[in-house]
Design a protein around this ligand. Sequence first.
Ligand code: KG4
Ligand code: ZN
Length: 393
Amino acid sequence: MPVCRDRCDACIPSQIWQAERPPYNSSVKIILGLESSCDETAVAILRGGQLLASEIASQIAEHEKFGGVVPELASRNHLVYAPRLLERATRAAKIDLAKVDAFAATSGPGLASSLMIGASIAKGLAIGFGKPYLAINHLEAHLLSPFFLEDRSPDPSRQTTVPAVAGRIRQAERPPAMTGDTPVFQRLQSEIKPSISLIVSGGHTMSVQVTGLADYRLIGRTVDDAAGEAFDKVAKMLGLGYPGGPEIEKHARRGNATRFDLPRSMLDSENFSFSGLKTAVRYLLPKLQGDFLADLCASFQQAIVDVLVRKTIAAAKRYDVDLITVSGGVSCNEELRRQLRDACDGEGFKFKSAEPWLCTDNAAMIAFAASLRLEAGFESKVAEEIDPNLALA
Ligand code: KG4
Ligand code: ZN
């Protein structure tokens, strides 16, 4: 048979499978999510609103010696870790793969060769078990993660029937995925209310107007470095480890945030810029002597927090919403969470942030986004390709 170079629908075998698969059953309960967009491999299983397993294998240590993520190495590692995590997650959740109702994976943005691993596994499982496949936008998963609430109600049935899991392979110095009760999200789409969502990660910094699930409008984004990238680059200049955010935060705790007057760029714009701040630190460093590390970390962190808080509050006022959410790795930062919450309280906005373990890359947020999408009637074709530059809106 000649090979079709246009990859038109008629020539893609998966279309045949999709046509033959039984119709989607709206009582879908168990969702398996995979995340492999960068240097973290993760698998999570969600049943209804309950997270049964969340496994993460970090590759940070392997990439650290190269000074950044090496895509070839990352994808090879995903191939090694993903099957192990699948095994661990199903064992922890006491779920047979055949019982899973839908398979989801990050389809972008991210490293192409890494995205392919998670997406191919999820597609293969969906095809093999005849279940729906959901391609999830990594940024949407971050954006929705503040809605994944922990139900702290003392429901004994929850705590006895589902064991809490804390599965991480070679995951150094980061909080375990779950340490106590199994997290449960309360209810769903009705909670994806009109809001301003600040997404701050290693690769992205954006402010988004959210009208409802899958209804997003980009308000502003960074024109150069992402906030997390600025933390990582400045940490490197200071001889601190990777990822830089937690390192800087640690030193900043005992520092004076007013000692160094660092720039807050583009305050009148809806976009963000952090490369001037990074350059200011670079020029300042050779002039410093003595014990300056804690004060510099605190001043740098405060410059970022000031910009993020100010622009987010301004956007919430401009777009007339009463809810602000924050997500992404940088939203682990306690000062950012505290100052944004205080600003929201002061200005009369409601505030939601993800639990810290849900802020950095994980598969629970992928499964959660998939569950919301599935419930709203979305489903992806297995022919849907990964997109390293996938946009949110
Ligand atoms: O969301 P994430 O895990 O990966 C991406 O999608 O990029 O974010 C990783 C970023 C890194 O740049 C890391 O330095 C930053 O989040 N980060 C923090 C903190 N924890 C992680 N930045 C500031 N303070 C933290 N506590
Ligand atoms: Zn991320």
